[in-house]
Design a protein around this ligand. Structure first.
Ligand SMILES: *Cc1c(COP(=O)(O)O)cnc(C)c1O
Length: 363
């Protein structure tokens, strides 16, 4: 075999392990007793309306899905006050990140990103031989002026994860406006808004206004995996200028989003009550951890997402000690934060379990 060298050299993304695997490894037989708060999933589960829509779709699973996602596109366009031509769906928004790298990156080009941002950006860039330029993040926050300054003639993509995973921090509307105004034409700015639905209403940035105004080199990525509780179905979407959407569509497999995922997403969009409940759970949980963790000597990074980055010292050891207590969090050493762990906000009972386990571990 003679694989392409840069493919052989690729690092493989390390996802949080499924609960079943952790249970097997540690010899726990009761999966229900494990609290997994490692992957920013919605602990309320999928919307009951989405569950019903999925069940109804089962009998149609001998059919290929609608490759153009006609109805979902129309529904979402209405909701977002944009045109259907502004939308493209992916097998999770992860797939859309891969499309962007496929279309824009190659030897001699680069992607600019925050130093402590979502790992998929640099993994996808490497698949297409793109260089990655990591820009330092003071106080764990994207520095948009520094990111602008890092752009060179070789830059094709600049990615702003807002709010950022894994730090939970955000950039303001004023910073975004200044950034977009100065963005060079040869660069596409990617705003990854995977957590926007759980942000406080008065702090939500508006990037869609640029797309409504016809801006060609700004794109927004969103997903049904987080607030909508459908991570297992794999569906996300991009919002951008029709020309940019058309480019991404060229590298898309015709049936990349399943019919069940489309049906569930349609129903999830209708279930306002589930989203309201999800937001309330997140706000309550963030307030709980921000109040309780400092009492244990643990510092927290202010978060506007459904997770919180906390400084425990030796995150890997804390992660392992918590795991023995049936609590699964995410150690942050792969992100260059060896003293931190990331905790997904769960139900009040789950949050209490996490706190009690942390109390024991930190003692
Ligand atoms: C979870 C997440 C995504 C989306 O994941 P998909 O499940 O592929 O839609 C994208 N970006 C960030 C920053 C995330 O945390």
């Amino acid at each position: 075999m003679k694989a392409k060298e840069w493919i052989s050299d690729l690092r493989v993304y390390e996802p949080g392990k499924p609960i079943e695997e952790v249970a097997r490894e540690l010899g726990f037989d009761d999966i229900a007793s494990i609290v997994k708060v490692a992957s920013n999933e919605n602990e309320l589960g999928p919307s009951p309306m989405a569950i019903e829509a999925m069940q109804e779709s089962i009998a149609q699973m001998h059919r290929y899905p609608d490759g153009g996602a006609f109805y979902l596109k129309r529904k979402l366009a209405d909701k977002l006050d944009i045109d259907p031509e502004h939308l493209l769906f992916g097998c999770g928004s992860n797939e859309l990140i891969v499309f962007l790298c496929h279309v824009f990156l190659g030897q001699g080009t680069n992607l600019v990103m925050g130093a402590t941002a979502f790992a998929v950006y640099f993994l996808a860039a490497a698949m297409y031989q793109g260089e990655v330029v990591r820009v330092p993040m003071p106080e764990h926050t994207h520095d948009l002026d520094a990111m602008l300054a890092a752009i060179t003639p070789a830059t094709r993509l600049v990615v702003i994860c807002n709010p950022n995973n894994p730090t939970g921090t955000m950039v303001s509307q004023a910073a975004i406006d200044r950034f977009v105004e100065q963005l060079p034409d040869h660069v596409v700015a990617v705003f990854d808004e995977a957590y926007i639905e759980v942000m406080p209403e008065d702090r939500k940035p508006d990037v869609l206004k640029y797309i409504r105004a016809g801006k060609e080199n700004v794109i927004v990525l969103r997903t049904f995996s987080k607030a909508y509780g459908l991570a297992g179905l794999r569906i996300g979407y991009a919002i951008g200028h029709p020309e940019l959407i058309g480019l991404l569509n060229k590298v898309r497999q015709p049936f990349n989003v399943s019919g069940m995922a489309q049906a569930a997403a349609m129903a999830a969009l209708d279930d306002v009550a589930h989203l309201v409940e999800t937001r309330a759970m997140v706000f309550e949980g963030l307030a709980f951890f921000e109040r309780e963790l400092p009492r244990l000597g643990i510092t927290t990074v202010p978060s506007v997402a459904n997770f919180i980055l906390v400084k425990t010292g030796n995150g890997r050891a804390v992660f392992q000690a918590l795991q023995k207590r049936k609590v699964i969090v995410r150690p942050m050493d792969p992100y260059g934060l060896p003293d931190h762990i990331r905790i997904t906000i769960g139900t009040p009972e789950q949050n209490q379990t996490v706190l009690d386990a942390l109390k024991e571990v930190m003692a």
